[in-house]
Design a protein around this ligand. Structure first.
Ligand code: SAH
Length: 369
């Protein structure tokens, strides 16, 4: 990066009021910020010279002091089922991933909020690499921007990305300061203009920050539950020792009341012989019955080095049926992108910690080159 580039302001990191302030500080009318946002987010244009309805002087000014900088693509993997995964570089050593999952009626982009993760959930591949750093707002927004450019538009001009989920690498609430502005830019009608029900933040349960989230932004909430009791959840999701299930659920219902939300989605990874017995389903039903809750059962996605196994499909189906019979809305998440290691919990940049690079890891080859 040249010195000039290092001091340029990356416009992808600015919320509307900040962009207005930036534009007015350059001596321009605030409405120029709106025009600029329209170029940036409606047309995904990153080249100031191409923004033809902006005054030439303004464009020149912008190219001196600003830029539109996204994470760099190291490699792209395309699954036979249409899922795509990108390995991205944040700077010279750090890598992280994002995944696009096309379905008939929507396209979901799964983005990362941190490089690595500090929370150490025992069944998650990202946890194995430890925590490297928070992504900036621009790097978070930049993923959506970049994926939109990569994927192009539908024949009728619609975007292929209709939904965004913070289910990639990292714990989004642990990077609250950068994630909240990024969500605002995703929801802003002059930004990506995605409806609040189509942007989902998934958390392992940082309870105090769930209350703060309810004050700051309005998006859909998913919570990684994974166990119906504290003894088991302490093992699977260690943050539970600090914020046990009863506290976590209180925070969920508060969020729904505050935000007039329909329901919280609870994620529940199906681990063979660990949390997949009918008694677990019954305890779950006692916790969630009559509450604004949906349960999403995720067949465990194995990764090299893990001791856990995926529950067999008939076990998962019985588990779901037991929940439904007991009045809890439960669905099974279809695993996508298996052939490119793009599924939940398999995302790992892997470049960072060379002592932990595993044999058989497809990504390490790409990174070595
Ligand atoms: N830190 C956030 C986002 C994590 S990824 C959170 O904890 O919610 C999104 C989901 O994938 C979480 O529910 C996470 O627990 C789950 N997950 C992690 N590893 C997995 C694996 N190996 N198989 C299936 N799901 C997994």
């Amino acid at each position: 990066m040249t010195e000039a580039a290092a001091v340029r302001t990356n416009l992808l990191g600015l919320e509307k009021p900040e962009l207005e302030a930036f534009v007015t500080a350059l001596g321009n009318k605030p409405f120029r910020a709106r025009q600029l946002m329209s170029w940036l987010y409606k047309r995904c244009e990153g080249d100031f010279a191409a923004m033809t309805d902006l005054a030439l002087d303004f464009r020149t000014q912008l190219s001196d002091v600003a830029d539109v900088r996204t994470p760099e693509i190291i490699s792209r993997y395309n699954s036979a089922d249409g899922t795509c995964k990108w390995l991205l570089r944040a700077d010279s050593t750090q890598a992280f991933e994002m995944v696009f999952i096309p379905e008939i009626d929507r396209g979901t982009l799964c983005i990362s909020s941190q490089v690595g993760c500090a929370l150490d959930c025992s069944f998650c591949s990202t946890a194995q690499q430890g925590f490297n750093r928070n992504l900036t707002t621009a790097e978070i927004v930049g993923q959506v921007w970049l994926a939109n450019r990569e994927l192009g538009f539908e024949p009728r001009g619609e975007r292929r990305i209709t939904n965004v989920v913070f289910m990639g690498m990292g714990e989004p609430l642990a990077n609250f300061r950068n994630v909240v502005p990024a969500i605002r830019i995703l929801l802003d009608d002059l930004g990506f203009d995605i409806s609040r029900r189509r942007v989902t933040l998934s958390t392992s349960g940082l309870v105090p920050l769930m209350y703060r989230l309810a004050e700051e932004v309005n998006c859909a909430l998913a919570v990684s539950l994974h166990a119906p009791d504290d003894a088991l959840r302490n093992v699977l999701v260690p943050i539970n020792r600090k914020h046990p299930i009863a506290e976590l659920l209180e925070a969920c219902w508060h969020y729904i009341d505050e935000k007039n939300g329909r329901s919280v989605t609870f994620e529940y990874v199906m681990l063979d012989g660990v949390n997949d017995q009918l008694e677990h389903a019954r305890s779950l039903a006692r916790l969630l019955k009559g509450k604004p809750a949906k349960l999403n059962l995720i067949p465990f996605n194995p990764f090299p080095g893990t001791d856990y196994c995926r529950s067999p499909m008939p076990v998962i189906s019985r588990f779901r049926d037991e929940l439904i019979q007991r009045g809890v809305l439960a669905t099974i998440r279809r695993t996508r992108g298996d052939d490119i290691n793009a599924a939940c919990g398999q995302l790992a940049g892997r470049v960072n910690d060379r002592t932990r690079v595993r044999l058989g890891n497809k990504l390490s080859g790409a990174l070595a080159s």
